[in-house]
Design a protein around this ligand. Structure first.
Ligand SMILES: [Mn+2]
Length: 124
């Protein structure tokens, strides 16, 4: 399925979650999408996903976050999902960050990409 943001991601995650296996979520986005006050909104996907049973948050990542509000940061901390900012990628190096993330993933991975995680210089 192709959509350019995470507006349909929760429904897809919910279907995958109905399987028996634990899985990691790798979520590329400029935003944490952890708004707790408006369920089933494209800005609340991570918060909604935290209510599912088979996503292993300790081995899951939101990568590329460059815009957030404090409420979302608190939710991300509470959920326990890992967050990687572009500044951290620059500091650590892309190759090292990719190795660190892939070493921590479960055998099953759901990858979701919001186009806004791309530098706006290249994807305005
Ligand atoms: Mn986004």
């Amino acid at each position: 399925m192709v959509s350019f943001d995470h507006s349909v991601t929760f429904e897809s995650l919910k279907a995958v979650d109905e399987g028996q296996s634990k899985f990691s979520l790798v979520y590329l986005d400029a935003h944490p999408d952890a708004v707790p006050t408006l369920p089933h909104y494209y800005g609340s996907v991570i918060y909604d996903a935290s209510k599912l049973t088979n996503i292993d948050m300790k081995s899951s990542y939101i990568i590329g976050v460059r815009a957030w509000d404090q409420e979302e940061v608190a939710i991300v901390d509470e959920i326990g999902i890992n967050l990687v900012t572009p500044a951290e990628i620059i500091e650590e190096g892309m190759k090292n960050m990719c190795r660190r993330v892939s070493d921590n993933l479960t055998g099953n991975v759901y990858l979701s990409i919001d186009i806004d995680c791309i530098d706006p210089t290249f994807e305005p």
